[in-house]
Design a protein around this ligand. Sequence first.
Ligand code: BDR
Ligand code: CA
Length: 311
Amino acid sequence: PRKIIIDTDPGQDDAVAILLALASPEEIDVLGIVSVAGNVPLELTTLNARKICELAGKPETAIYAGCDRPLAHSLVTAEHVHGKTGLDGPDLPEPHMPVQDKHGVDFIVDTLREQPPGTVTLCPLGPLTNIATALQKAPDIAERIQEIVLMGGAYFEVGNITPAAEFNIYVDPEAAEIVFKCGAPISVMPLDVTHKALVTKPRNDAFRALGNPAGIASAEMTDFFERFDKEKYGSAGAPLHDPCVTAYVINPDLFSGRHINVEIETKSELTRGMTVADWWGVTDRPKNATFMGDLDADGFFALITQRLARL
Ligand code: BDR
Ligand code: CA
């Protein structure tokens, strides 16, 4: 299995991404989960990560708290999408499992230094604050990263928090710039892909019909989470943004994209956090990321449903 660190701000879609990873031990070995401030403040994302691991029946998972604010700006949250708790929808019990003592950034740095080079994949599902802080603190880790598979950005789909920017990049563009320039192989799941990963009614019914706590909670979470996108975009269901990351680690053939140059806008008031993606290759700027453009949505949902059934 591929060794991964999940860096996350749960979030209903983060929750499904985590459940998918924890249900897939043949392909994925979750070394640890690091929380970050994003959809809701850090205390809540850390609490939610614990609730999800217990929902998965994996209280032995190591959870670390990371950064509580972006590098250079104040925190922007998304309760309008995810609800007050960040995980509105199901009624999940208060968790008992611990949070590890070590800071999440130190866990990332130490793990990359301890494990053989090229064997650890980072899976950021929220703002890139923790990953950028780790890279700033310990630049030697960049060349030890196997791959960074992240959810963030957009090209044709442009933005969801401002007209020009996707939420995860917008919240901490300075961090995103550090990550996109770090030199490690990067695969990006932008809105262009995740807006095709929609939990339609039959897909939601399939989660619920599993009848186990993880299946029922996933149906309840996506029921709640779909409101925003249905009202805003007339979407056919909740977009499962973050599970695209863990599904890609399990089966990259579900996705297709292009290896291109991606730069992050950090200066402009109007377009801060925009991923300027050279999809058509109109510049000679260096290619630094594989930017996904499409997915096999039926294959993606079949995988998630099959894996949730195991929990
Ligand atoms: C991203 O922002 C968050 O609200 C979601 O969890 C996802 O990571 C989508 O723009
Ligand atoms: Ca997220």
